[in-house]
Write a protein that binds this ligand. Sequence first.
Ligand code: PMV
Length: 330
Amino acid sequence: MPAFTAVAPAKIILFGEHAVVYGMPAIAVPVPVLQARVIIRADVHGEHGSVHLTAPAIALDSELLELNPNHPLRKAVELTAQYLHAAYIPACQITIHSTIPVAAGMGSGAAVSVALMRALAAYLGHPLSPEILSELAYEVEKIHHGNPSGIDNTVIALEQAVYFVRGQPAQPIQICQPFQLVIADSGISSSTAQVVAEVRAAWQTNPNQYETFFKQIAQISTNARRLLESVSKTEPIQPAFLQELGLLMSENQALLVDLGVSCLEIDRLVQAALNSGAYGAKLSGGGKGGNMIALVDDESREAVCLTLKEAGAGRVIVTTIGRRKDNLHR
Ligand code: PMV
């Protein structure tokens, strides 16, 4: 029986998290070394409409209709079927795998939604464009996050570095020369919805101060975009570029600390990365745990990875930003 398989990458936010919720620009990039993968097999003996879902990593083994109507996986399936005007889904078995850590600021929920919707649309005979997948996945993001900016579903569905402003079409960024990031997990799981709500409460108490922070972060995202787009297609990356990009990352981290979304463990990892030669470092995503990122080159990479592990990081991975998206294992 043919199987329909679809994948979607993890993501990190390079610049602008939290401020993006308030209409400021942010920059996010896909991280294809981590991915969600969904396999759909037709069940020729099953009744029409019988959809069985398994997700071994979260011990889920259930009929679709036995899930709560607001369950993100059920919502993803139903939104796709509705969008395609499918009267019913031919009986099938859906299996979901993901190597993306959950509640770690890497877009695991959005990646599962996009991979699931992509596989289901193919199974139903109507593949969907990245833009439509992003719009549908945004509806599921609302269940996960309450008030999401939409950056996660956008960068994950487009599989492309984006400069993102809430409510506007995403603007792809061409990264002409690849550069390397270390992504280190603080080991602390954190609810983005909760941290976003805390920032909202703080903004309501102190709007002038928080709006100043948001504007300063916006300026960093704008400068970072200009810098990323200034890289020559033909010349290798220059140290001055890495120094400038790293400085912007560290400035962004200082403002995230001011917003109150960092934490001791992240601060320790950021400092460890800088002490061992990273050009810049910051948290990525909702904060108060999750992952941090550090900008490195061939010389500093090993030392930064080692130091981060010594400083208590869990999973430490190196990823290359700006490489062609064919490193997504389809
Ligand atoms: O924690 P993540 O990976 O879902 O990233 C959240 C980014 C925020 O800006 C904090 C929230 C949002 O909706 O943009």
